[in-house]
Design a protein around this ligand. Structure first.
Ligand code: GTP
Ligand code: MG
Length: 198
């Protein structure tokens, strides 16, 4: 799928103020600093569409980007950044939970997982919570450029094995790098397929 246009539409902290209408949307969630905003820039081939930062906690709001005038990519704040104050952590958690549970236009949630790490409790628990609530999701492993192909395979397998303890059927997953564009075509094709099935 070609990206012909990508426009920032709105940022806000309240799911009720997100754009109205029935345009399908695809949201990106995961731990702070996992690479959500970078992935949106990589997919759209727009370097500065979503704001990124080397320090965690950059994205604090729900951000809607309209793609090809037909669907949205949604950048969400990250979870699990302990350096934030308790109050801010609570606010972020509420933004994420309200969005995930209430946003009817969200056709798929991409859960981003750092491919370098052993399975993190916070990610596994978040995915369990999605399952309990019947949220459609897929997994994107990020930062694949940082480790070898064999380490990628081993870490992905370890993560899937961990999920298998809870899940009979595993969700679709992708391996990506915002640095070398790995996974771009597969993720865009997947979005395209869902768009066409709606
Ligand atoms: P928050 O908004 O704070 O939740 O973070 P985020 O998940 O949006 O992460 P962001 O895209 O801002 O990226 C965090 C850091 O990781 C930045 O320094 C990026 O340059 C780096 N990064 C993101 N993706 C990749 C990748 O695929 N490869 C490499 N090498 N670095 C990456
Ligand atoms: Mg971000």
């Amino acid at each position: 799928m070609e990206i012909q246009s990508a426009e920032f539409i709105i940022s806000n902290s309240d799911v009720n103020k997100c754009p109205v209408g029935n345009i399908p949307e695809y949201a990106f969630i995961g731990r702070s600093n996992v690479g959500k905003s970078s992935l949106i820039n990589m997919l759209t081939a727009r370097k500065k569409l979503a704001m990124t930062s080397a320090t965690p906690g950059k994205t604090l709001l729900i951000n809607h980007f309209l793609i090809n005038k037909k669907w949205y990519l949604v950048d969400l704040p990250g979870y699990g950044y302990a350096q934030r104050g308790k109050q801010q952590q609570k606010e972020i958690k509420k933004i994420i939970e309200d969005y995930v549970l209430e946003r009817e236009q969200m056709t798929n949630l991409f859960v981003l997982v750092d491919i370098r790490l052993e399975p993190q409790k916070i990610d596994v628990e978040f995915i369990e919570w999605l399952g309990e609530n019947g949220i459609p999701f897929s997994i994107i492993f990020t930062k694949a450029d940082k480790i070898s192909a064999s380490a990628q395979r081993a870490n992905v397998q370890r993560f899937l094995d961990t999920l298998h303890d809870q899940w009979e059927e595993l969700p679709p997953y992708f391996i990506s790098s915002s640095a070398n564009k790995a996974g771009r075509d597969a993720i865009l094709d997947y979005i395209d397929q869902i768009n066409q099935s709606l």
